[in-house]
Design a protein around this ligand. Structure first.
Ligand SMILES: *Cc1c(COP(=O)(O)O)cnc(C)c1O
Length: 382
């Protein structure tokens, strides 16, 4: 028996390493907010929204309390509700479909492409047909830019246009990524993103934003995030909610956005090293021409039923892995009664059995990554 002690676990995402790099900049930003005490919608919120819009090229950025709220605010601003169908991939984080259900609409699941993990736009027409035959009105599609890589927004737009679907891009994992050499934030009618700490651009709590070029739409979102206010907060013109980004989080995000381009480069350097070392041993993710990824996850596919064996072998060497996502939404207890679009979701099922994500963050140093690569090779090449 191998009696070697387990080496200390390396972090899956090293939030502390970034905190050390930012050091005084974040402390100073938080101290300024503590000084002026405008904790709700203070000046840093507006300043961050302007920076965010500039960064991705969208005309308007409206921040809110989470990525889930960003998606829900966008559906509500569009007036989507009971009797409407919202088409989304089955292979995604639950929030994508959850928001459809939360506004009273019906999510309709479609399959994804095995190479990109993103929505298979060829299946949108089938999902529209499924929705109609169930008596629903197809209203929206939510493509997800999974693991940091943009969905095929050209193909999604073409499929959505035929049925006049509202396109809401779920870029919670991919803010900063590009498609057709343009940053996400301007594809579709609106884009939602998240600042959950583990996302590529994360804050120190919960946060999110909606990006859009549509001024009236942005104004509706601003109203909805503060109880549906009209000309002032005691003039209520619609049913809204409470969903604001805290001023402290905005102040932190202003500092983090400054180093974000550099972090995206680092993530891409690390992804290239993984790809060079592991291609052929596992199925490594490929980035289509014209796109870039921000590598929210580095997700490989391990075929032949060896995925769980690999995860166990890595764990024994102090290397954490994660499975995003072990159960596709069409099999989840809370979602399995919702319709699956024509053509089925076989790829989503297959991916759930094959995927495993390796440690990925901008501060993963070469020796540590070398350890991960060596252990992966040892576990699979024998
Ligand atoms: C994280 C995530 C969300 C939700 O973001 P929160 O800020 O955690 O609410 C939505 N969609 C996807 C694809 C996500 O990964």
């Amino acid at each position: 028996m191998n009696q070697r002690p387990t080496p200390p676990m390396i972090p899956f995402i090293d939030v502390a390493a970034q905190r050390r790099r930012l050091g005084g900049a974040v402390d100073g930003a938080v101290a300024r907010v503590l000084g002026h005490c405008q904790f709700i919608l203070g000046p840093e919120v507006r300043a961050f929204e302007a920076e965010l819009a500039r960064f991705c090229g969208a005309r308007h950025a409206v921040t809110c309390a989470s990525g889930t709220d960003a998606l829900m605010l966008a559906l509500r601003a569009r007036g989507i509700g009971p009797g409407d169908a919202v088409i989304c991939p089955s292979f995604t984080f639950c929030a994508t479909a959850e928001v459809a259900a939360l506004v009273g609409a019906t999510p309709v699941f479609v399959d994804v492409d095995a190479a990109t993990f993103n929505i298979d736009a060829n299946r949108i027409a089938g999902a529209i047909a499924t929705a109609k035959s169930a008596g629903l009105t197809p209203k929206a599609v939510i493509p997800v830019d999974l693991f940091g890589l943009a969905a095929d927004h050209t193909a999604v737009a073409a499929a959505a246009e035929k049925a006049n679907l509202f396109i809401l891009d779920d870029a919670a994992q991919a803010f900063g990524a590009t498609f057709n050499n343009r940053r996400l934030g301007t594809f579709g009618h609106a884009t939602a993103t998240s600042f959950f700490p583990a996302k590529p651009l994360g804050c120190y709590g919960d946060g999110g934003a909606v990006l859009t070029d549509d001024a009236a739409f942005a104004q509706t979102i601003e109203s909805l995030r503060v109880h549906g206010h009209g000309s002032d907060k005691y003039d209520n013109v619609r049913i809204g909610m409470t969903s604001r980004l805290d001023t402290i989080q905005a102040a932190i995000l202003i500092e983090k956005l400054k180093i974000f381009p550099d972090e995206i480069e680092a993530r891409n350097r690390i992804a290239r090293r993984y790809a060079e070392a592991l291609d052929g041993i596992v199925i490594v993710p490929k980035v289509p021409p014209g796109s870039t990824s921000v590598w929210a996850q580095y997700t490989i596919r391990v075929t032949g039923g060896r995925r769980d064996k690999l995860a166990a072998a890595l764990k024994a060497e102090g290397i954490p892995t994660a499975i995003y996502y072990p159960i596709p939404l069409h099999r989840q207890q809370a979602y399995k009664h919702y319709p699956v679009g024509e053509g089925g979701v076989a790829v989503s099922d297959r991916l759930a059995a094959e995927v495993v994500s390796l440690p990925m963050h901008a501060y993963l140093d070469e020796p540590t990554q070398g350890r991960i690569i060596d252990a992966t090779r040892r576990a699979l090449v024998s």
